[in-house]
Design a protein around this ligand. Structure first.
Ligand SMILES: [Zn+2]
Length: 207
């Protein structure tokens, strides 16, 4: 199997963009819990049906279902993968360690002020979930998704106040996870404030 990479970083740090580049250039499969849940529900697998009952009732899908899906998906991958947005807790990281040997954890370091600047300029695609940025990564046609042609929108939770509150929660929750991977000796801190290419180069170097 190819590279087995986890990307860690606050919302707006650019890890989704880097995950796409790693997919384009190295063929690493991008895995996110949201995409995986939607795929399992669409395919009507047993775990997908279970997940759907939680999603339909507006609840969070429990860890054992998410981890079960992750395990199923990873067992089908030969090219290597990059995990985007998972794990979020030490418990999830420990569960992941039971069935796969993660080689690198890349932690994107970006200041809160910079994140606020970025997050309030985001525009998202409602259909394919691609995220654009009016300054750093604008779509080719104003307000239109490059990939699927849908009309982009601004998420209501992209105001400064909610962004700062979200970042505070993220920092508190993720600190133990960063420590966990640091102790294992597989954590790589990457300066996430450079250009997309600069950041990508430092990731490639680190792998
Ligand atoms: Zn789209």
């Amino acid at each position: 199997m190819g590279f087995r990479v986890v990307l860690l970083g606050p919302p707006g740090c650019g890890k989704g963009t880097q995950a796409e580049k790693l997919n384009d250039d190295l063929g690493l499969i991008r895995l996110s819990t949201g995409d995986m849940l939607r795929e399992a529900v669409r395919n009507g697998t047993e775990l997908g049906k279970m997940a759907k009952t939680y999603m339909d009732s507006g609840g969070l899908v429990p860890d054992d279902v998410v981890i079960g899906l992750m395990k199923e998906k990873i067992s089908t991958i030969k090219e290597g993968f990059v995990l985007d947005g998972f794990p979020r807790t030490v418990q999830q990281a420990e569960a992941l360690d039971e069935f796969v040997d993660i080689q690198h954890v890349i932690n994107f370091e970006v200041s809160d002020d910079e994140l606020v600047k970025r997050l309030t300029s985001r525009r998202s695609c409602p259909d394919c979930n691609v995220v654009y940025h009016m300054i750093y990564k604008p779509p080719m046609k104003d307000g239109i998704c490059d990939k699927c042609g849908a009309t982009l929108y601004q998420r209501s939770d992209d105001t400064e106040e909610t962004v700062r509150a979200r970042l505070k929660v993220y920092r508190e929750n993720t600190f133990p996870l960063i420590e966990y991977y640091d102790k294992k000796g597989i954590l790589l801190n990457i300066d996430g404030e450079g250009s997309i290419m600069e950041i990508y180069d430092s990731i490639e170097e680190a792998l």
